[in-house]
Design a protein around this ligand. Sequence first.
Ligand SMILES: NC(=O)c1ccc[n+]([C@@H]2O[C@H](COP(=O)([O-])OP(=O)(O)OC[C@H]3O[C@@H](n4cnc5c(N)ncnc54)[C@H](OP(=O)(O)O)[C@@H]3O)[C@@H](O)[C@H]2O)c1
Length: 308
Amino acid sequence: MRDVVALTGATGFIGSAIARRLTQEGWRVRALIRSPSLASRLADTSLQWIRGTLEDRNCLESLVDEVDAVIHCAGAVRGITEADFYRTNVEAVSRLAHITAGRSPVPRFLLISSLAAREPELSPYAASKRLGELAVAAVADLPWTALRPPVVYGPEDRAIRPLLRLMLYGIAPILGRQDARFSLLYVEDLAEAVIQWLKGNVREKHAFELDDGYPKGYTWHEVIKTVQQLRGKRVFSFRVPELIMNIIAWLNKMVASMIGYAPMFTPGKVREFRHPDWTCDSIPFSRVSGWTPKVRLEEGLRLTFGLP
Ligand SMILES: NC(=O)c1ccc[n+]([C@@H]2O[C@H](COP(=O)([O-])OP(=O)(O)OC[C@H]3O[C@@H](n4cnc5c(N)ncnc54)[C@H](OP(=O)(O)O)[C@@H]3O)[C@@H](O)[C@H]2O)c1
């Protein structure tokens, strides 16, 4: 049995994959949960649940008590206003980082940030992820590292999976520029990066980008070609004009404000989609941790959709 790791976001898409890998590897995992009904998602693991939210200081104190490392994966990925993202992606990050730095000995701290942090001007989400990194870096004496994944996909994803599913049905709306390039990462490879950070005792105070190792990232054309190979049939692709994307995003934002749900597809998300360069380079992280990504898009799609 290895040592104890505190984990936030374990009920989410990425956090649940990290939790599974940690327990498989023999780490004892103490995980934050705000809605106990979601614990069933990880029924096959031996997590110690701490009930509460990132806003509850006492609960965070219990979460990080005598742990060897803290993996902070919880985050707001949907929202309307800057405040929606700021509360979780900045204030809560700062709170947890300060509480962690107050322990003796101080546990290592891993922040799951986002590649979006590289372009904070694009959206409230991107800005909040950058500010979250800065909040961690500002905490004196905290041995922190941040990981900046690009778009992450996998079986339990609810954000990009519907678009990939539509492509597998043969319809591919192109939501960005034709010439855009972007990196992708399969969720299990991200979980493995966390394991390697732990095992490799990485102590660089740095925000590392991660990708699946596909040289220079993908174009929409390459993604569609991969889907066509998997289907064995042609995929009908068409470009969605920016104006149409913006109209849908504004309508979604308005309805969300009226009805009171947290939207994913907003004008900020459109700006993120239309950014020409979301490629990244994971070699610096591989160098310090020994991690290498294993799953490229074709295999990742097979795993995501249970294809032979
Ligand atoms: N998905 C991607 O493509 C991607 C790419 C790059 C970076 N990231 C980053 O990866 C992290 C996880 O993303 P995800 O896609 O797994 O999102 P997700 O499925 O929405 O999961 C978010 C997790 O954070 C928890 N959480 C949010 N606010 C909280 C609060 N105030 N108190 C306690 N827990 C809270 C959620 O708890 P509940 O289950 O109770 O809601 C959930 O466990 C985020 O930090 C995100 O910025 C994601």
